[in-house]
Structures are given as structure tokens and as C-alpha cells.
Design a protein around this ligand. Structure first.
Ligand SMILES: Cc1ncc(COP(=O)(O)O)c(C=O)c1O
Length: 426
């Protein structure tokens, strides 16, 4: 099992047998409030009838066609709908099957883009400490969570990392973007001084770092990164696998923060988690750089058997329609203030040293138990689960990212359960 204590799981399994709306049905017959939207992906709630029907109908029509030298119309329709929904400047879509593949695709496109333009010396890829970019060797190489990297050798050569942006001393209990830390973007200038811009292909960051424990960007930080990238001809990639499709009350973080990168990666909410799909969306300048040479030539030697899979496209089209028709991005934006209040009401609860939030995500950080790092969050998550609420435990963190359909009373229940659990643990 991925990222799981396999042996312990088998002795105390946690199994789900159904899901509807904001709830799972557990194998012991309980309704469990889903505080994680699956794994940051079920933004429209579980089992949405329109998405379910679209997938069923697709199986009866076209089950599979390769997108290598052939295609099906829905792949283009979905790409166009995505581009129509995203901010101007993100114009062309390359489909894959996961966030990890979307990231590796973006990194490869960055390298090939520079080579296309006669700047093949730009091979260096810059990530950030505490970054999470999936589990492929490319994404792992630019990621910054040491426990994820440690066991897998030297990874890609030619990477470097910016510092992360968490600063509890200055920013604890920030609501939304923290006030302090814009200067951390200037570290890119330091890397340029060390490595020279002519060797740097791209910088990739999660606009809001998710898996590491919800780190919203300091005010002005992303804009500063954009400026430094522009100054040195470096591509900027936003990994929007979590922040895309409504999580921040907008189509993506680029829109929410008004900073347009050269590429974004997305997955998860693109199909509401119902069928695996990833996508890398690039600016026209990138697309155009490849559309040179004879028309008969393949422009990008990259792709996956299931790129643009018909079932995923059907799920994606239905999902985007649901987002639009039900106004779920606006809903997330509207309900975010209730979310923020409820999250920050945990200030002062036992062990809590920080609460941070933006859009419909939040993290609650605990002081580690002496000699038992991570135990408090694991125990808190387990107590909440027994109470009928599913939250995600990290290292001394509880991370929350509910369906965008969550109701105010369910938000209260979620944070109320965490408070109750905290009161019960040492
Ligand atoms: C920012 C980010 N990038 C990439 C990924 C990897 O996505 P996947 O697990 O679909 O490969 C994740 C997964 O959580 C993510 O949060």
C-alpha cells in the first residue's frame, strides 16, 4: 500500500465501501465526513450523478483509443474547456494520468523548450524545500521532503532548491497569505549567481505547498519569483495539482494570485478523482517553440498509452461542467471565511502552535510530544475518525481539504471534532 504502514493496516484495516456527497461509508457501516476530499481531489463531492453518468455512457461508446497519431474529439474539447476556464496565457494542454506524470511532463517540456530555442545549456531544474511534486524521478528530484528522497539514490543531476516559506516565528496563525517572507523569493538570485542563468531551465513551486502542511505563499512572493524568472529567461512552473480547480476559490492559483506562470500542472480535481488524469498546460510561446520544422515531424517525443483516455476525458468534461453549473469555485470563495473562522477558533486549543489556511485548505500544527514526534497528530486523526470525521495526519500536523460542497455545519463539525480529539490526547 502506498505511504502506509502495511503491517499495521492489515491488523487494523480501515476500509470504505461507498461514498456520496461529503461522506464515505465505512465497512463497519458508519458515515464518515470526508475532510480531505478523497486525497485533495473530490472537489465536487463523491459520486456526483452527472460525472457518474458521463463515465458510464463513455464505456458504452468508445472505451479506448490511443492519442498517438490518432485521437478522439473529447480530448480536444476537454483541452479547450480547460483553457477557457484558466487565465489567459495558459493555452495548450498535454494529457497524462497523474500529478506525477504532469510534473515530469512539465520538466521535460522545459528542457526541450530551451533546446528547441538553441539554449540546450539550460538543463538545471530548481524546486523548493518542503515541495511535493509526486513520485516520479523528475518530480522527486525537485521536491524537498527529505524522507521521500532519502532511499532513492542521487535522483536527477543538476537540481537546486529554494528555501521553504514557513516562518512560525513571524507568521504563526496567519490568515491567508502571511505578511512576511517575500524576500525568500530573492534566493533565486543567489542560485543564479552560483549556477549562472544560462544553465537554469525552470523553477517549479506549488503556489500553496500542500502535502508538506499547507504553506500559503507570503504576500508578493509569487510575483517576485515571476519577475526574477523573467529577468533571467527561466521558465516558471506552478504545480497546481492541489490548488487547481476551485481549491482556492478560483480556477487555479495563478488566477487567485494574479501571477501567470509559463506552465501549470494539474490532476486530481480535473476529473473529481473519478478517473485518473493529469495535465500540463503551457503558454503559447512554449507550444509555438515546438511547432517548427517540417509538418510531418513529431514535435515532442513524449507521451503515455493513456494520455487523453476517453474515460478520463468524459469524467473531466462532466466535472468542469459541474464546477461551472453549480458555481463551485465561487462557493469555495464564499464559504472560505467561515472555514477560516472555524479553523482559527482552534488557536489556544491544547498543543496547537499554528493554524494556517487559504481557500478551502487548512493545517493545524502541534508542538511535538517530547520523544514522540508525530504522535499527537496520528492520535488526533484516529480519535476524529472514531468520531466520524476523516482528516489527514502529517508530522505533527492535521491537514484539511474538504469537498467544495461542504456545508457550514459540516465545517463546524470537522473543527469541533479536532478540538474534542485534542482535548482527549496528552
Ligand atoms: C503538488 C502535487 N504535485 C504532484 C502530485 C502527485 O500527484 P499524483 O499522486 O496524482 O501522481 C501531488 C499529489 O498529491 C501534489 O500534491
Amino acid at each position: 500500500m502506498p505511504f502506509t504502514a502495511n503491517r499495521r493496516f492489515k491488523s487494523t484495516p480501515r476500509l470504505f465501501v461507498g461514498a456520496e456527497g461529503n461522506y464515505y461509508l465505512s465497512s463497519d457501516g458508519r458515515r464518515i465526513l470526508d475532510g480531505m476530499a478523497g486525497l485533495w481531489c473530490v472537489n465536487a463531492g463523491h459520486g456526483h450523478p452527472r460525472i457518474r453518468e458521463a463515465i458510464k455512457a463513455q464505456v458504452d461508446g468508445l472505451d479506448y483509443v490511443s492519442c498517438f497519431q490518432m485521437a478522439h474529439p473529447d480530448a480536444f474539447t476537454l483541452a479547450s474547456r480547460m483553457v477557457g476556464m484558466l487565465p489567459a496565457g495558459l493555452d495548450h494542454v498535454f494529457f497524462s494520468n497523474s500529478g506525477s506524470e504532469a510534473v515530469d511532463t512539465a520538466l521535460k517540456i522545459a528542457l526541450a523548450y530551451h533546446r528547441q530555442r538553441g539554449e540546450g545549456g539550460r538543463y538545471r531544474l530548481i524546486g523548493r524545500a518542503r515541495g511535493y511534486h509526486g513520485m516520479g524521478f523528475g518530480g522527486l528530484s525537485v521536491a524537498g521532503i527529505s524522507r521521500h528522497r532519502r532511499d532513492f539514490g542521487p535522483l536527477l543531476p543538476g537540481t537546486a532548491h529554494l528555501p521553504h516559506t514557513l516562518d512560525l516565528a513571524r507568521n504563526a496563525f496567519s490568515r491567508g497569505e502571511p505578511d512576511h517572507g517575500i524576500e525568500l523569493a530573492d534566493d533565486l538570485e543567489r542560485l543564479v549567481q552560483i549556477h549562472d542563468a544560462s544553465t537554469i531551465a525552470a523553477v517549479i513551486v506549488e503556489p500553496v505547498a500542500g502535502s508538506t502542511g499547507v504553506l500559503p505563499p507570503p504576500k508578493g512572493y509569487l510575483k517576485r519569483l515571476r519577475e526574477i524568472c523573467d529577468k533571467h529567461g527561466i521558465l516558471l512552473i506552478f504545480d497546481e495539482v492541489i490548488s487547481g480547480f476551485g481549491r482556492l476559490g478560483a480556477s487555479c492559483a495563478a488566477e487567485a494570485f494574479g501571477v501567470i506562470p509559463d506552465m501549470i500542472t494539474c490532476a486530481k480535481g480535473l476529473t473529481n478523482g473519478a478517473v485518473p488524469m493529469g495535465a500540463t498546460v503551457v503558454g503559447k510561446h512554449i507550444y509555438d517553440a515546438f511547432m517548427t520544422g517540417p509538418e510531418s515531424a513529431i514535435e515532442l517525443f513524449h507521451g503515455y498509452t493513456y494520455s487523453g483516455h476517453p474515460l478520463a476525458c468524459a469524467a473531466g468534461l462532466a466535472t468542469l461542467q459541474v464546477y461551472e453549473e453549480e458555481g463551485l469555485f465561487e462557493r469555495a470563495r464564499t464559504i472560505a471565511s467561515h472555514w477560516e473562522q472555524a479553523a482559527h477558533a482552534l488557536k489556544g486549543a491544547p498543543h496547537v502552535i499554528d493554524v494556517r489556511n487559504i481557500g478551502l485548505v487548512a493545517a493545524i500544527e502541534f508542538a511535538p510530544r517530547p520523544g514522540g514526534a508525530g504522535q499527537r497528530s496520528a492520535e488526533c486523526a484516529e480519535a476524529s475518525y472514531q468520531d466520524g470525521v476523516l482528516v489527514r495526519a502529517g508530522a505533527d500536523l492535521i491537514v484539511l481539504s474538504p469537498p467544495l460542497t461542504i456545508e457550514p455545519d459540516e465545517i463546524d463539525r470537522l473543527f469541533g471534532s479536532i478540538r474534542k480529539s485534542l482535548n482527549a490526547i496528552a
